[in-house]
Design a protein around this ligand. Structure first.
Ligand code: NAP
Length: 341
């Protein structure tokens, strides 16, 4: 039975990847960092077959002892300070987790067992504002914030450790991927959660920024398959994880209201634009969230992953919105029941 260690088990990708690896017959160790809240309360959704273990990427000794104790064949490093705006509030912390954390992992692998294979979750943010579209594995790296600068550093370390020590480590350069497990601070989940609550009469409206911002959004459940495949090859490599399609936030909102049977119309322009359903305002623009002229040319080219790994995402945009809204609707129904009980 192969053993896998997943860092960042508590959030989105950790959930989907642990399920996939358990299906494939792995013994899975999911690493979380200690907090006052009991871990089982924090991750009630996680598969009970996952062995939850404590560790912290900020501490080299902790990483060495976790690897020594559980002796994984594969490590999937999903842990990160992954909310980009927070990387400006906590630049040093972000670089420590997202950059130095990967170096600590590589060192721990080198010291304990250089045969362990590592997958590193990187981000399309490393491209900054690229000159060409779509982006692929050859697109020049040009990070423009602490989050992506740390991810770029991690990529460079991974390549160096392969060259110097032969440590097998692949990285995936992921475009946005979403699911019902996405944090509510991310726009897709803000929308699915609010739409479900509006449908259940738990709130009247919600606020967004630029509705015409475009994103290449995929489903996290599809992307974890590539993570696993990238560690089953003869040589480590880097791969783009994307859908190759972009959609606007406006489209996401409209689809989300469609899922709950509330057709939406838009009125007004710019900061005064509103979304209405059944004559009531349900979406407003908040200038605080408004970022004009955002990168519309950001979308990924997955030709390499298709050719080398035979991977491509299965979930289309409409289905992704449906999956997210339907799950949040279940939560909103429970919330309503609790309120009325
Ligand atoms: P996420 O929801 O932000 O989860 C991050 C995880 O990292 C959490 O489980 C968090 O644990 C853990 N963590 C943070 N600091 C840690 C530390 N010092 N030691 C150990 N664990 C720590 O991330 P996600 O959306 O699942 O994404 C997974 C990875 O893919 C991340 O590295 C992210 O940067 C990358 N990525 C994601 C996307 C996307 O669209 N989702 C796109 C590109 C790249 P706590 O519960 O304790 O906070």
């Amino acid at each position: 039975m192969k053993r896998a260690l997943i860092t960042g088990i508590t959030w989105q990708d950790g959930f989907y990847l642990s399920n996939l690896l358990i299906e494939k017959g792995y013994e899975v160790f999911g690493m979380y960092r200690r907090s006052v809240l009991d871990v089982h309360e924090r991750v009630p959704h996680i598969n009970p077959k996952v062995n939850l273990i404590e560790g912290n990427l900020r501490d080299a000794a902790s990483m060495i002892s976790v690897i020594k104790k559980y002796m994984p064949d594969e490590i999937y490093n999903l842990a990160a300070q992954s909310f980009l705006p927070s990387s400006w509030d906590h630049p040093e912390l972000t670089c420590d987790i997202n950059g130095m954390g990967v170096l600590r992992l590589l060192e721990a692998i080198r010291i304990v067992n250089p045969k362990i294979r590592l997958y590193q979750a990187s981000s399309r943010e490393v491209f900054g504002v690229p000159e060409k579209s779509p982006q692929n594995e050859e697109t020049p790296i040009n990070p423009l914030n602490p989050y992506s600068a740390a991810k770029a550093f991690a990529q460079a370390m991974i390549k160096s450790y392969w060259e110097k020590y032969g440590i097998y480590s692949s990285f995936g350069i992921a475009f946005n991927h979403e699911s019902p497990r996405r944090g509510k601070e991310f726009v897709t989940r803000t929308i699915s959660h609010a739409v479900a609550r509006i449908k259940m009469g738990l709130q009247e409206s919600f606020e967004l920024g630029n509705l015409d911002t475009k994103r290449d959004w995929g489903y996290a459940g599809d992307y974890v398959e590539l993570m696993w495949l990238s560690l089953q090859q003869d040589k480590p490599d880097s791969y783009i994880l994307a859908t190759g399609e972009t959609h606007t936030i406006r489209e996401f909102v409209k689809e989300a209201f469609k899922v709950v049977g509330m057709p939406l119309t838009w009125e007004g322009n710019g900061l005064d634009e509103v979304g209405k359903s059944d004559g009531k305002i349900v979406v407003k623009i908040n200038p605080e969230y408004y970022r004009p002229g955002e990168a519309e040319w950001l979308f990924g080219d997955i030709s390499k992953a298709k050719k080398v790994l035979g991977w491509e995402p299965k979930t289309k945009f409409r289905n992704l919105v449906k999956i997210m809204v339907e799950e949040d609707l279940k939560g909103a129904k429970k919330e309503k029941l609790l309120m009325n009980s």
